[in-house]
Structures are given as structure tokens and as C-alpha cells.
Ligand binder design. Structure first.
Ligand code: ACM
Length: 784
């Protein structure tokens, strides 16, 4: 829009537009109660901010708002703390009240045409009111330099009464797999606080790095904060795995930790440090091998996963851990300390004479009980210091009447919800962090179009749909469900921008899960507010994902041999523009109105456009169209990976991908030990001379190239003659890939085409999975 028109519109809005518009009430998380009133409150240089006398904390918490307001608007708000002083124009008043209804974090925000009144019982409530006020203002309020003169610095008249659904509202960040500097941690906390989260779970230690300075054990950071190199790509990307050869490390000094804790406190965010034990401890063992069962040497991990070397339950190990936690307790405010407890293999304990003797002495039945001994011994010590233990849901495993974690230990339920519900029934406090909904390292969109991620698929709507408290949970257990948290593991997130991309906007959905009352939570209404969130994140310089706007394409092979492409985007008020000539689509490209047909292989690119502006990322697909399109296909042996697949997926026009974990490959079909044989019925005799088939090679996962691929043809579907055979080397290793094999032969007229990928059977000696059953997996088949 030309600047002059913009200005004119802005003036028009500010002079005539005293009412509400659909640009109003875009607060995330949605307030518990909100009443819309007539008119607007106009901010100006004459607006006064009034505090009660002698309330330094309120002034301190409002100061950043006043500073930010000046930075973005150029207006200086006046402040005063004399009771009864008369403001010259409009007033923003902070009024402490005692009102049990509001609780410690609730607030009332009353906006009239002349006054904004904020009431709360505690500072946190005032802080959250300010976050709502920010979000009632135009998104430009988050700019660091004055916005365009046309911006209308007003808020709609309303009456908001708000408080959180849950007392615990958390966001986590793994800084062990990849390290992020203090400046980024502060920005992360800013965004948490803006969305009314009150807890930051700082995952400070893991196999791949120890990230917090401990004065008594300097080698933790001298040695344990570094790894000699890092795996390249996804876990199964290459066979053998490839490493980057670059030393990697980083840690926070105690001064930096104190600074971050202070910063978080100013935003009403409590930090929970996590010190992992007894598993995920290779960085400790690299520095201090005497705490491992074998004595080492050990090395800080250079790849991801679960490692069998873990802390050994010697007395000296407990002394070490207590020393570490003692220092940690001087840095963090409490009351919680997270001790991990997840994914601890028992192999080194099984092999250790010390552990076996200890188990006899303690009359422990198995190594699970030894883990319970480990955790409960630390938990008891933590509790004795007046702190509260949190652990992943494994901390309840192996518990017995004699040895168990204290009733005060809080359980973080990550392997689904059952562990958490069971813990709540046992009267442990529980924080829900189920992977299926709240792991923000999962893909949020079509993985073939996304940057590398952990795997799995958790789109925004799925995260939004999560309800931490099942209705059928007994009330006695419900009260132990203190909240929920989203986790951000960083194996595949190397940069701050990648972290932000994975976290936003999904964390905004989580904010609504943990803050907004269930009856106010509403996906369509959330999506109405999403564009405003994006504008705020733009102003704040956050690299969020626009996957919500992605165009999704569906292929529909037609009986006439064409491939119909149907497109949708979740943003129903937007249009889709696309190209089929390889060009990058723009707001001027062909508008998608109805499904269209492809008659030959085509690269299709599409974007979402709103009000003439491209709002989504370009999606790109190469679609296959051939004589196989729209025909029928059958397997001789039913593929078992994935289960229950429709054979038609091999001729649906869409190429597969191997991105992510082996079981998550898309649009490919695999059989174990047997050959993969598919027979196409071309419906009538046709002249053909070429077949292509995609062959998956992922030898780290026992998915091998076939030893041979052959094409046979038939007129009647019973008697086949082979027209082409290609031998392949199933021992070929290297990068995980789908290799497109072309098989050409003299033109032949036939109705049936049979393609067989011959399985080697067992993985040959000398290979990574030698002796295991081999898989053959195939992708799209084309026929010319
Ligand atoms: C976890 O994701 N291992 C807690």
C-alpha cells in the first residue's frame, strides 16, 4: 500500500474509528473472560501512568512497558504516584486489590475511552495484564524504532478478567545437544513471558555436553562441555555415519546463570535447571571417568540417542552429584530441581560386580530397582535441602514399598500421558509433556518441504488440541495435574533461528493449552488471531514457521490416465497461486480455483496469498504422470512397512521420501526378506519400452538395494515373459537415498507389467546390520 494511503487510512481510523474491528482482541493466550465495550482508548503524549504510592515493584514491572511504548511510538508516557492527582488527559492506572477470585496470577483489565485500569492481587497479575495490553495494541508496539505515523495507538474498550487454567506453564530448551548463548536465552524468555508461561526448563546437561560451570568440578566444563565432532544429518542418513570433524562446545558461567535467573525473575518466569542422571551422562563420564562402572575412558557423545555408559551408583558418585546440586541450588531460585531419570539403560549395571553386590546388599530384585534406589537416594537428599525433585516419568519405574521416590517428587510425563495419570493417581504432582502433542522438535509440516527435524509429525492444530486433564480422571488425581510443558530438543536444531522456527507459533498454541479455560479454547478463533501473532513475531525479529499457510496438494489419478491435483490451505480466507512451468509463484500467478489435471510429469509450485501478498512459503512438488497413472496395481507379497498400505501409492503420482526415522518414510512400501513384486494392469494392451522404480537404500536400517530388478510383461496376467533384468549390489552403502532405477527394453505391446525387486534375504557379512533380515523398499513406479 502506498505510504500516503496508509497514513490517510490511519487518520481515518483514528478520527472516525472509535469502534471495534476484526483487528481487535487478538490476545494469545485467549483471556478467560472478555467483554467488548464501545469506543477506544487513545494513547498520546498526554497519557499518564499512575502507580500506588510506595509500590516500587509495580513501577519496576511497568517500566519496561513505558520504555517499549516510547521506543515503538515515540510518545513518552508520564508517570505519577500521588494519590488523587488529576491527569491531563488519559490515564493508565495500576490498582492493587485483594480478590481471592483472581488468584496470584490473575488480573482485571478495564479499558474505557479515558482510562485503563489494571487490578491484580500480586505483581505477576499486573505483569500478565501488561502482556495483554501489549497484545491489544497494534503489533508495531514490539518494534525497537518508532513505527509509521499512521499507526493508531489505541486499544478497544473492553473488560477483561483473566487467570490461568494451570499454575505450571512451561517451555523447555535443550542446550546440551546444541548450545545457545545468553542473549538468545533471554529472547526465549521474553517470548515465554509475553505468552504468559511462568516456567523455563533449562536442560543443561546431556551426553553431548555439560553446559553449567561447577566450581568444585572444573573438568565438567573444561572437558565435558566439548565434543570432538558432531554427526552430520539425520541419525540414519549415512552408513557409516558421517561426522563434521569440528570441535563443538559451550557453557554458561555461574555469573551468566545468575544473570539469566535474574532476568527471568523480572518477567515472572521461574527457571528449573535439569541435571540429568543416571543416564544421559557421558559428558560427566568424559570429565570424571571414576563415576562410570567400567572406569572409562569415555568421550562426550558425538551423535544422538541413548548410550549404555551411565553413572554408577558408587557413594562417590552421590557425593559428586550432591556437590553439583549444592552449587546449582545457590544459582537458581527453587523450589524445583530436575534430575532427569529418563532413558537409562541397565547394561553397564548388569556387567558391574559393584552394582550386583550393591543389589544383593540392598535386596534389590533387578536393575530397575537399582535405578529407583539411585533416584530415590538423590530425591531424599534434594528434599532434605528443602527443594523439590522433578523427574521424567521413568522415576516411578522400579519403585517398591521399601525404595521409592518421595511423595513430594513431581513427575514429568513424556512417554504419552499414562505415566502421568498413574503418577497423579498415586498423589504425585504431575506436569504433562506428552511427545505426541508437546514435543516441538517434531515436524510441523510436510517433511519433504521442511528443514531437518527429529522426525514424527506434530502440526500446530495437533498441539493446540491437547487437553492436559482428561475428564475421567478422578478429582483427587486432577488436583495433582499442575500443568503442562512443551519440550524443545535440539539434536537437529543447530541455530537460534531453527529453534525459533520449531517453537513458534506452536508455543503460542501451548500457551493457550495451559492458560485458557477449556470452554474458551477454540481452534478457528485461534487461527483468527494467528496473523496478529505473526506480525508481533515479525516486529520482534523471531524466525517463526508459516507452515500453517502451507499449500497441501493431493494427487488423484484419473481413469483416463491424467493426474488430478487438488490443493488446500488451512487459511480459508486466503487464495492459492501456483505455477506449472518451474517459475516461483507470486501473487500474480495462476489462481487455484478447482482441481486441475496433469498429463505429463510436472513440477508444481504453490503459495498462499492474502490481500495480494504472499503469506506462506513456496511448496514444490514433482509429480509423476505415466502410462501407470490411474491404472490398478497389486502386490505379490503384502508390504509390512508401513502397515496396511494401499498398493496404489506406488502409482499415485507422488514421489516418496526417506526423511526422518526409518518407520516414518513416506510414500514407499517395503517387505522383509521377500521380494517386492508389483503387477500393473494397464487396462488394455499398450506399447511400452521403459519402466522406472525408486529403490530405497538405507543400509544402517537394513534396507538394502535389491540384488536384481526385473520387468516382465503379459497379455493375460498369467503368463509373463521377462523383458529386462538389471543386477544391483545390495552391499552398496553410503547416504540414505531413493535411487531411481530406469529399465529400458525393446518396445513391447502388453496389458500387464510385473516389476520385481529381488531381496538379498539376509544382510551380507561386513555390513552394518550383518545377519539381520533385509528389507527391500520401493517408491513410485512409472511406465512409458
Ligand atoms: C525425553 O524426551 N527423553 C525426556
Amino acid at each position: 500500500m502506498p505510504r500516503i494511503v496508509c497514513l490517510w487510512l490511519g487518520l481515518l481510523l483514528s478520527f472516525s474509528g472509535f469502534g471495534q474491528s476484526d483487528q481487535d482482541f487478538l490476545i494469545i493466550p485467549k483471556p478467560a473472560k472478555m467483554e467488548v465495550l464501545d469506543g477506544r482508548f487513545m494513547f498520546s503524549n498526554e497519557t499518564t501512568v499512575r502507580f500506588p504510592p510506595d509500590n516500587a515493584e509495580l513501577k519496576t514491572l511497568a517500566d519496561p512497558f513505558i520504555r517499549q511504548f516510547q521506543a515503538a511510538t515515540g510518545f513518552s508516557l508520564r508517570t505519577e504516584n500521588r494519590p488523587g492527582a488529576t491527569p491531563t488527559a488519559t490515564l493508565l492506572a495500576f490498582v492493587p486489590v485483594s480478590d481471592a477470585n483472581l488468584g496470584d496470577e490473575g488480573y482485571r483489565l478495564d479499558v474505557t475511552t479515558t482510562t485503563i485500569t489494571i487490578e491484580a492481587t500480586k505483581p505477576a497479575g499486573f505483569f500478565y495484564a501488561i502482556q495483554s495490553l501489549y497484545q491489544l495494541l497494534p503489533p508495531e508496539i514490539f518494534r525497537s524504532t518508532p513505527a509509521d505515523l499512521s499507526v493508531n495507538w489505541s486499544v478497544p474498550a473492553c473488560r477483561i478478567e483473566d487467570k490461568p487454567r494451570y499454575g505450571y506453564r512451561g517451555l523447555h530448551l535443550d542446550v546440551a545437544r546444541h548450545f545457545f548463548p545468553v542473549s538468545f536465552i533471554k529472547k526465549y524468555i521474553d517470548l515465554l513471558a509475553l505468552h504468559k508461561f511462568n516456567t523455563f526448563h533449562w536442560h543443561l546437561t546431556d551426553d553431548q555436553g555439560w553446559r553449567i560451570e561447577i566450581k568444585k568440578y572444573p573438568k565438567l566444563t573444561q572437558v565435558g562441555s566439548r565434543r570432538k565432532e558432531t554427526l552430520i544429518g539425520h541419525y540414519y542418513e549415512s552408513d557409516p555415519q558421517q561426522f563434521d570433524g569440528q570441535s563443538y562446545g559451550g557453557f554458561y558461567t555461574q555469573d551468566e546463570v545468575r544473570e539469566v535467573v535474574r532476568y527471568a525473575k523480572s518477567k515472572y518466569v521461574t527457571i528449573i535447571p535439569e541435571i540429568e542422571m543416571p543416564g544421559h551422562a557421558l559428558a560427566i563420564l568424559a570429565a570424571y571417568p571414576e563415576f562410570g562402572c567400567s572406569g572409562g575412558p569415555y568421550e562426550t557423545a558425538t551423535k544422538w540417542g541413548i548410550f549404555t555408559d551411565v553413572l554408577c551408583p558408587y557413594d562417590r558418585t552421590f557425593t559428586f552429584l550432591q556437590d553439583v546440586l549444592t552449587e546449582v541450588m545457590t544459582l537458581f531460585p527453587g523450589p524445583y530441581i530436575h534430575i532427569g531419570g529418563d532413558e537409562c539403560p541397565k547394561i553397564s549395571w548388569k556387567k558391574s560386580p559393584f552394582c550386583q553386590n550393591l543389589m544383593k546388599k540392598l535386596k534389590l530384585k533387578n536393575e530397575n530397582q537399582l535405578q529407583s534406589y539411585f533416584i530415590s537416594r538423590i530425591d531424599k537428599w534434594v528434599s532434605s535441602k528443602g527443594w523439590k525433585t522433578i523427574g521424567w516419568d521413568e522415576i516411578l519405574e522400579g519403585n517398591s514399598p521399601a525404595i521409592r521416590v518421595s511423595p513430594g517428587a513431581t513427575v514429568m510425563s513424556w512417554r504419552g500421558i499414562e505415566g502421568g495419570l498413574k503418577a497423579a493417581r498415586q498423589n504425585h504432582d504431575v506436569i504433562m509433556t506428552p511427545g505426541n502433542f508437546l514435543y516441538l522438535d517434531h515436524y510441523q509440516a510436510d517433511r519433504s518441504q521442511e528443514p531437518l527435524a527429529f522426525g514424527r509429525f506434530t502440526p500446530l492444530e495437533k498441539t493446540y488440541s491437547y487437553d492436559p486433564t482428561p475428564a475421567d480422571l478422578p478429582a483427587t488425581a486432577q488436583k495433582h495435574l499442575i500443568g503442562a510443558q512443551a519440550n524443545v530438543w535440539t539434536e537437529y536444531l543447530k541455530t537460534a533461528n531453527q529453534v525459533e522456527y520449531m517453537v513458534w507459533p506452536r508455543a503460542a498454541a501451548v500457551a493457550e493449552v495451559v492458560w485458557t479455560p477449556l470452554d474458551q479454547k477454540n481452534w478457528p478463533d485461534f487461527t483468527r488471531r494467528l496473523p496478529a501473532l505473526f506480525k508481533r513475531l515479525d516486529a520482534l525479529g523471531v524466525s517463526y514457521s508459516r507452515a500453517y499457510y502451507d499449500v497441501v496438494a493431493e494427487t488423484r489419478p484419473q481413469p483416463d490416465g491424467t493426474l488430478q491435483i487438488a490443493m488446500t490451505t488451512q487459511e480459508e480466507t486466503a487464495e492459492i497461486r501456483y505455477s506449472t512451468d518451474g517459475s516461483t509463484p507470486t501473487a500474480q500467478s495462476v489462481r487455484y480455483d478447482r482441481p486441475f489435471d496433469l498429463t505429463k510429469p510436472t513440477s508444481v509450485k504453490a503459495v498462499t496469498v492474502k490481500s495480494g501478498v504472499v503469506i506462506g512459503d513456496v511448496q514444490v512438488w514433482d509429480f509423476a504422470v505415466s502410462k501407470a497413472t490411474g491404472k490398478s496395481i497389486q502386490f505379490a507379497t503384502i508390504p509390512t512397512r508401513p502397515k496396511n498400505i494401499d498398493p496404489a501409492l506406488l502409482i499415485d503420482g507422488r514421489y516418496g521420501t526417506t526423511i526422518g526415522y526409518l518407520e516414518e518414510m513416506q510414500n514407499v512400501a517395503g517387505v522383509k526378506t521377500a521380494d517386492l513384486t508389483a503387477t500393473l494392469d494397464l487396462a488394455e494392451p499398450q506399447s511400452i519400452q521403459l519402466v522406472t522404480i525408486g529403490l530405497v537404500k538405507a543400509t544402517a536400517g537394513a534396507i538394502l538395494l535389491p540384488k536384481q530388478v526385473d520387468v516382465a510383461v503379459s497379455d493375460d496376467g498369467r503368463t509373463f515373459r521377462t523383458v529386462k533384468t538389471v543386477s544391483m549390489d545390495p552391499r552398496e552403502r553410503g547416504k540414505k537415498a531413493i535411487i531411481r532405477q530406469t529399465l529400458t527394453f525393446e518396445p513391447v505391446t502388453c496389458r500387464y507389467v510385473r516389476i520385481s525387486a529381488r531381496n538379498v534375504g539376509k544382510v551380507p557379512a561386513g555390513m552394518t546390520q550383518a545377519g539381520k533380515d533385509a528389507w527391500v523398499m520401493v517408491d513410485e513406479i512409472t511406465v512409458e
